[in-house]
Design a protein around this ligand. Structure first.
Ligand SMILES: Nc1ncnc2c1ncn2[C@@H]1O[C@H](COP(=O)(O)OP(=O)(O)OP(=O)(O)O)[C@@H](O)[C@H]1O
Length: 209
């Protein structure tokens, strides 16, 4: 498994966000996206998730060009943006069961109870999501990603609203994902405490002058 970008360009609203952006990501590695507000971290993640198209350059997955609507890639990857995608009317565990059903056969082995446990939410399983705090909702969204066991995680500010214990939990779960041969691209202002497999990409360096 390998994700690579070569001379990637992005324009939004008629303005250049970044250009000449290249990287490679291998199993067991996380690409940590850094950069000021507006430098293009979310824009890059959206390109990688297939939610937008680059204005130039190439993206490859497993050595093949990444084309719009690539079904195999969609099954390999999980994207979490700024929004948690939590249904306020369902309980925490119902949210995960619903996500499991939506994912279909690929996620039949997923375990919602284990996912809540892994993210410190076991005691809140029956709690309607509307009664969860922002940090608890973020943990629930991360539990959904974790439960899907996709090989590539694309995460936009995953630690937003998390407390210090939540940040540590995130680092632990991410390290386990990498040790299991997964990979991740993570936009974050939180300093990851992982000791191995971290690559950094500074979007400020690719931004227009
Ligand atoms: N919907 C949009 N339409 C047009 N331009 C946009 C849109 N969203 C963002 N932009 C522009 O794209 C550029 C990059 O924004 P992006 O959200 O990717 O930055 P970011 O690094 O993720 O920022 P932050 O750290 O604030 O989340 C910004 O200059 C912004 O003005």
């Amino acid at each position: 498994m390998r994700l690579s970008a070569r001379e990637l360009r992005c324009r939004r609203g008629g303005r250049r966000v970044f250009a000449g952006l290249s990287f490679e990501l291998h199993p067991g590695e996380v690409l940590e996206l850094r950069g000021a507000n507006g430098s293009g971290k979310t824009s890059l993640l959206r390109l990688l998730a297939g939610l937008a198209q680059p204005s130039g350059g190439e993206l490859h997955w497993q050595g093949r060009p990444l084309l719009p609507g690539d079904a195999a890639y969609a099954c390999d990857m999980a994207y979490l943006g700024h929004l948690n995608g939590v249904n306020a009317d369902l309980s925490a565990i119902e949210n995960l069961r619903f996500a499991q059903r939506l994912a279909g056969p690929a996620d039949t082995a997923a375990d919602p109870a284990a996912a809540l446990q892994a993210w410190g939410l076991a005691a809140l399983a029956a709690q309607p999501a509307r009664r969860l705090s922002q940090g608890q909702r973020r943990r629930l969204a991360l539990a959904r990603v974790w439960m899907g066991r996709r090989r590539l995680w694309l995460l936009d500010e995953p630690c937003a609203a998390l407390d210090t214990a939540g940040e540590r939990l995130f680092d632990t779960r991410l390290a386990e994902h990498l040790q299991a041969g997964g990979a991740a691209v993570v936009a974050t202002h939180h300093d990851l405490t992982l000791t191995a497999g971290v690559r950094r990409l500074d979007l400020d360096a690719s931004a227009p002058c």
